[in-house]
Design a protein around this ligand. Structure first.
Ligand code: FAD
Length: 373
């Protein structure tokens, strides 16, 4: 293949790379997504799809305005992408119920309960919404705005939307090296070389390779999450149910997504029986009848996490035109629209919120923020 000239080469076609491509292509930038495998099939397809801006409030206070802005952006994106591509993100509107099994756990929810759209439901009220819930709960915080979508469908919608605005998508195209040449970059791939003014590294847990290759010592740690899906043939569930790090998320077709373990620095992408047993036990504690449901499938994915829990969204400290957008750990689906917009603003020269710029910049003091590790 002859070398191809683009404005922006995006390394990785997960939800982060696809969102960046969408926002940039809409601004008429010549964009190429370079994806080693297929669009959205790594961490993105493993996700439950909760847009948990409120759910994560306690651990992510600095991140909350960013997360909330991204959640609000989804409201426009559902319509916009549906009209453009006919792809529906499969948004499910019920919201999320964060359970408390004791008064202490209720108190722990207090910061979330202070948010405008969140309300407390006692055991009777919450069981009116979800009769299948265990009887020993004290109640739940009801997070109406924390709806969920189907991540792979959303990722496909964003990449398809980008394509319709002129972006080119190269699947099975692994980026091998990025090299500076004058004011541009040579992006060497398994399918030939691209010449780009800007390069965005959005390769999830695999971004480590590019930090090193581009002279930085930053690290993304994989946090493995294991999930199982069951078929619910009983009373439909209309809400996501959440306790501690475990959840049950209903998909449109009566599939229940049951997750998820958190295994720090575990690179294996297969679920283990111990991991699946753990998530099933935790789910049964929330909805006892789950044990009787039919098994559908199980999987694992790697959440990309930085040491302070915040993503890297910003320019390389020395190499102008190289950007990183990685490390979104358990909130990458939620944060994809705001990340896409932020990278777009860097590249087209629009202003970026100062607080977000400082919190997510690549050369930050990793101990200053202490986000939700
Ligand atoms: C079990 C689980 C549940 C989750 N639930 C939620 C949730 O409910 N809500 C939420 O907001 N988030 C959730 N997440 C987190 C979310 O899935 C991630 O934060 C998000 O998918 C990260 O997206 P990404 O595009 O950075 O990474 P990925 O989706 O992994 O995409 C990176 C892409 O880069 C490609 N790549 C890698 N190296 C190269 C290379 N050299 N050249 C070209 N391409 C390359 C890969 O093939 C991959 O497709 C969950 C994650 C897991 C594992």
């Amino acid at each position: 293949m002859e070398s191809k000239q683009v404005d922006v080469a995006i390394v990785g076609g997960g939800i982060i790379g696809s969102s960046i491509a969408y926002y940039l292509a809409k601004e008429k930038k010549k964009v190429a997504i370079l994806e080693a495998q297929q669009i959205g099939r790594k961490s993105t397809s493993a996700a439950a799809g909760m847009l948990g801006a409120h759910s994560e409030y306690k651990e992510f206070q600095h991140l909350y305005p960013f997360a909330r802005s991204s959640q609000l952006l989804y409201k426009e994106l559902y319509e916009e992408i549906k009209e453009l591509t006919n792809i529906d993100f499969e948004k499910k509107n019920g919201g999320l119920l964060k359970l408390a099994y004791s008064e202490k756990e209720k108190q722990e929810l207090e910061s979330i309960l202070s948010l405008a759209s969140v309300e407390w439901l006692d055991c009777k009220e919450v069981r009116e919404k979800v009769p299948q819930l265990a009887v020993d709960i004290v109640g739940a915080a009801y997070l109406k705005e924390d709806v969920h979508i189907t991540p792979l469908v959303a990722c496909n919608g964003l990449s398809k939307g980008a394509q319709l605005y002129g972006a080119e998508i190269y699947e099975y195209t692994r980026v091998l090296r990025v090299e500076k040449t004058g004011i541009e970059y040579l992006v060497k791939t398994s399918q030939g070389t691209f010449i780009a003014k800007n390069v965005v590294i959005a390769s999830g847990v695999w971004s480590n390779y590019f930090f090193q290759q581009l002279g930085l010592s930053h690290e993304i740690i994989p946090v493995k999450g294991e999930c199982v899906a069951a078929i619910n043939e009983g009373t439909p569930l209309h809400y996501s149910i959440f306790h501690d790090q475990f959840y049950i998320v209903p998909r449109n077709n009566n599939e229940l997504i049951i997750g998820a373990t958190k295994k720090w620095n575990d690179w294996s992408e297969e679920p283990t029986l111990d991991g699946l047993e753990e998530v099933i036990q935790k789910a049964k504690r929330m909805v006892p009848e789950i044990g009787k449901m039919k098994w559908k499938r199980a999987w694992a994915g790697l959440r990309p996490q930085s040491y302070d829990g915040y993503p890297f969204i910003g320019e390389h400290p020395e190499l102008k035109g190289i950007y990183f957008a990685t490390g979104h750990q358990r909130n990458g689906i939620l944060l994809a629209p705001a990340t896409g917009k932020m990278i777009r603003d860097f590249i087209i020269g629009s202003p970026v919120e100062k607080e977000w710029l400082d919190a997510f910049k690549v050369d930050r003091n990793m101990f200053a923020y202490g986000g939700g590790k």
